[in-house]
Design a protein around this ligand. Structure first.
Ligand code: FAD
Length: 389
C-alpha cells in the first residue's frame, strides 16, 4: 500500500482536530486529518454536546477569539441559533457585555456539515474510518502513524503530529507519560420528540458530588468500562423517556441519541507543565498561546502556556483539546469546546511553522502570528506573570 505523506498530520477530528487542521493549512502546511468516525466534531457533534461555552470572562472581556470565535459563528452558519446581541454588535462596550456570556447553542448536524465544508475549502485532506492504532518513531520523533483501514494497515507519514484524539491515544502510543482518569460519570445527552416539540436533555450523574448508589464510575480507556458506559448511558436515556411517558407525555420518544460515549476526561498528556484552574487564575504565562474564561463562574481569566500542549519525548508532537496537560482542576477548563479550539489553533499554527523551518518556533514569533490571526493575547489583563522555564 502506498504511504501517505503530509507536513502536518492531525489525529482526531473533534474540535481540537478541526481547529488544529484549519490553522495548519492556513499556515501553509499540507495537512490531513485522520478520524475514526465518519464525520467531524467528535463530542461536539456525534456526542450531541451542542452548547458552545463562553468565549468571554463574564465581565464583558472577550478572552478567546481567532478560530475559537470563527468556529462559534460557523456552528450557527446553517442554523438555528443566535449570538447574544451585545456580542454580535461590534461597537458594544465591555460594560454592556458584562453579565451576558458569549456562548451559543447550535445544531450538531449543521456544525458537522459546515466544519467539513470549511476544512475541504482550506485544502485539508480528510480521512474518515481511519483509526490510528500505532506510531513509528525515530530519533525522538514520530515519523508516521499506523492507521487501520478496510484494506488493512496504512502508514501516514508526516513532519509534525497533533494528538487531537481526546484520549491522548497518540501520546500513549508514542511512549509519552500520560494520566488516566477513571472517575468518568454516566452521561446521556439526547433529543426527544413528542409530535410537537424537539427537546434537548442533558442527562448526567452529578459531576462534583456523590453519584447515585446504583451507578458507578468509568475509565475512558478500559474496554469493559467504555462498553458499559455506552450501555448504561442508553439505559439512562430509556428510563428517562419512560418516566416522561408515565408523567403525562405518552407520545414522547428518543429522537437522536449520542453516537459516541460522553466521557469528559479520559487520558491526557503528562507534560512538563500542568495548567491548573486552582493555581493559575489571572496568571500570565510568558509562553501563552491563548486565553480563556471560566465556563463555571464569571470574573476569572486564564492564559494557556505553550508548555501544556507540547509533548516531552517526541519533539514533533502536540496534544490538544481534552488531552493537553492540566491537573484535575485545569482539565475541567481545558476539556470544553472553547479551550479545545484555543489549544487546537495554537498547535496547528506552531506545527505549520515547525514543518516549514524544521525547528521549534520562537515563542514571540508564534505569539505574533497568533495575534495576527485574531487570537487575543493580552498580558495587561493579568495580575501575575509566570516565566516560561
Ligand atoms: C457529558 C458532557 C457534557 C459536556 N458539556 C459541554 C458543554 O456544555 N459545552 C462545552 O463547551 N463542552 C462540553 N463538554 C466538553 C466538550 O464537548 C468536549 O470535551 C470537547 O468537544 C472535546 O473535543 P476534543 O476535540 O478534545 O475531543 P473529542 O470531541 O473527543 O474528539 C476526538 C476525536 O478523535 C477521534 N479519535 C479518537 N481516537 C482516535 C483514534 N485512535 N484514531 C482516529 N480518530 C480517533 C474521535 O472519534 C473524535 O472525533 C462536555 C462533555 C461531555 C462528555
Amino acid at each position: 500500500m502506498v504511504n501517505l505523506n503530509y507536513d502536518v498530520v492531525v489525529c482526531g477530528g473533534g474540535i481540537g482536530g478541526i481547529t488544529a487542521a484549519l490553522a495548519a493549512a492556513r499556515g501553509g502546511a499540507r495537512t490531513c486529518i485522520l478520524e475514526k468516525e465518519y464525520a467531524l466534531g467528535g463530542l461536539a457533534t456525534l456526542g450531541l454536546i451542542v452548547i458552545y461555552l463562553p468565549l468571554c470572562d463574564g465581565d464583558g472581556v472577550k478572552m478567546s477569539g481567532g478560530i475559537a470565535e470563527e468556529l462559534l459563528k460557523l456552528s450557527l452558519k446553517y442554523g438555528p441559533g443566535k449570538i447574544p446581541e451585545v456580542w454580535e454588535r461590534e461597537d458594544a462596550t465591555e460594560s454592556e457585555r458584562a453579565g451576558i456570556r458569549y456562548r451559543v447553542q447550535y445544531n450538531a448536524a449543521s456544525l458537522m456539515i459546515a466544519a467539513e465544508e470549511l476544512l475541504l475549502s482550506e485544502g485539508v485532506k480528510i480521512y474518515y474510518d481511519a483509526r490510528i492504532s500505532g506510531v513509528e518513531r525515530k530519533n525522538g520523533k514520530i515519523t508516521g502513524v499506523i492507521v487501520e483501514t478496510k484494506r488493512g494497515k496504512q502508514i501516514v507519514l508526516g513532519n509534525v503530529f497533533i494528538d487531537a484524539t481526546g484520549d491522548a491515544d497518540v501520546c500513549w502510543m508514542a511512549g509519552e507519560d500520560t494520566v488516566d482518569d477513571d472517575t468518568n460519570r454516566r452521561t446521556g445527552w439526547y433529543f426527544s420528540y413528542d409530535g410537537k416539540e424537539i427537546k434537548l436533555h442533558q442527562l448526567t450523574d452529578p459531576l462534583y458530588s456523590d453519584i447515585p448508589e446504583d451507578s458507578r464510575l468509568y475509565s475512558g480507556t478500559n474496554l469493559d468500562d467504555i462498553s458499559q458506559h455506552c450501555i448504561d448511558g442508553r439505559k439512562m436515556i430509556l428510563e428517562h423517556v419512560l418516566k416522561m411517558r408515565k408523567s403525562g407525555n405518552p407520545d414522547v420518544y428518543p429522537l437522536i441519541i449520542p453516537a459516541i460515549p460522553g466521557f469528559r476526561m479520559t487520558r491526557r498528556l503528562a507534560g512538563t507543565f500542568e495548567f491548573s484552574e486552582e493555581l493559575h487564575e489571572r496568571c500570565w504565562f510568558t509562553d501563552a498561546i491563548g486565553m480563556i474564561g471560566n465556563w463555571k463562574v464569571p470574573h476569572k481569566r486564564y492564559s494557556i502556556p505553550y508548555r501544556s500542549i507540547k509533548a516531552v519525548k517526541n519533539s514533533n508532537l502536540f496534544a490538544v483539546g481534552r488531552c493537553c496537560c492540566a491537573d484535575k482542576s485545569g482539565w475541567d477548563l481545558t476539556r470544553v469546546i472553547p479551550t479545545c479550539a484555543v489549544t487546537g489553533e495554537a498547535a496547528g499554527t506552531a506545527a505549520a511553522m515547525i514543518s516549514a523551518t524544521g525547528k521549534e518556533p520562537d515563542i514571540s514569533e508564534l505569539q505574533e502570528v497568533l495575534r495576527k490571526n485574531g487570537v487575543p493575547l493580552r498580558p495587561e489583563l493579568f495580575t501575575k506573570v509566570i516565566e516560561a522555564t
